[in-house]
Design a protein around this ligand. Structure first.
Ligand code: NAP
Ligand code: GCO
Length: 259
């Protein structure tokens, strides 16, 4: 049974993993035996990320790469191929959100969110798939969201991106499954990270709202995502393809606690 979750000999690229969900997923994949490579958008963040991995006992390879820039992504993937023999597991984690009422949101801001949250997963998957085909095997995990299924005020760009990411996941699964490449989504609920910090202040109404909408009656932590990420990265999920695994404490199953 242990071998089903063993990632020894595999190289995992988690995009935007200097901290937050990506960093925790990287720790989990490393604990399962994977070599970790990561990127960030400037050297100081890469350096701090490398230090953070060292403190966690992980000798990670990090480099500057803006995942929205295809030449930078292609160069990053080529460097990883030279150093590690290629990416076996891609976790498309890097993401941004802009919480602006749609009628007040500029087209530029809308495009920025789509660029990072949807175009970049396409660019990164496109860069790693050819070598996965050569190897006849690979895992691609797209970090989706509750907003892959639900809308809410002020997150139109993010919901459009994450909804698109769910369908990109299904399409990669459909197009490349015959090469033993599995592409699945991981859909966190509401997780305690810097991205949701503005929503979790004690006086913010959204804080109580989310707890009332979550059967687990709590915000998720990045640790809650580690086991599901290891599962989707490992041989245990070799016949799971095009699926979005929601790790949400039950939000999507629940109408919400009566006030
Ligand atoms: P976070 O704390 O804001 O971290 C986002 C990461 O993405 C950072 O490392 C950031 O690096 C990186 N990034 C952003 N733009 C980038 C770019 N152009 N190129 C490279 N890296 C870039 O977010 P998080 O909460 O950990 O979320 C991680 C993922 O989970 C996102 O896709 C998010 O949509 C998704 N998600 C989050 C939640 C939640 O409740 N937190 C729930 C569902 C899904 P910089 O610091 O350099 O910007
Ligand atoms: C928001 C939150 C959410 C979370 C996550 C939920 O403003 O609604 O930021 O979008 O980030 O995506 O799964």
């Amino acid at each position: 049974m242990r071998n089903l979750f063993d990632l020894t000999g595999k190289t995992a690229w988690i995009t935007g993993a200097s901290y937050g969900i990506g960093f925790s997923i990287a720790q989990g994949l490393a604990a399962a035996g994977a070599a970790i490579v990561f990127n960030d958008i400037n050297q100081s963040l890469v350096d701090s990320g490398i230090e953070a991995y060292k403190e966690a006992g992980i000798d990670a390879y990090g480099a500057v790469c803006d995942v929205t820039d295809e030449p930078q992504v292609q160069a990053f993937v080529a460097a990883v191929a030279e150093k590690f023999g290629g990416v076996d597991i891609l976790v498309n984690n890097a993401g941004i959100i802009k919480r602006i009422p749609m009628t007040e949101m500029s087209a530029e801001d809308f495009r920025k969110v789509i660029d990072v949250d949807l175009n970049a997963p396409f660019i990164c998957a496109k860069a790693v798939i050819p070598r996965m085909i050569e190897k006849r095997g690979g895992k691609i995990i797209n970090i989706c969201s509750m907003m892959s299924e639900l809308g809410r005020e002020t997150v139109s760009a993010y919901a459009a991106a994450k909804g698109g990411l769910k369908m990109l996941t299904r399409n990669i699964a459909s197009e490349y499954g015959e090469f033993n490449i599995q592409c699945n989504g991981l859909g966190p609920g509401y997780i305690e990270t810097p991205q949701t910090a503005p929503l979790r202040t004690p006086e913010h109404p959204f804080n109580k709202f989310i707890i009332s909408k979550t059967p687990a009656a709590r915000w998720g932590t990045t640790d809650d995502l580690v086991g599901p990420a290891v599962f989707l990265s490992s041989p245990a999920s070799d016949f799971v393809n095009g699926h979005v695994l929601y790790v949400d404490g039950g939000i999507l199953a629940y109408i919400g606690k009566q006030p």
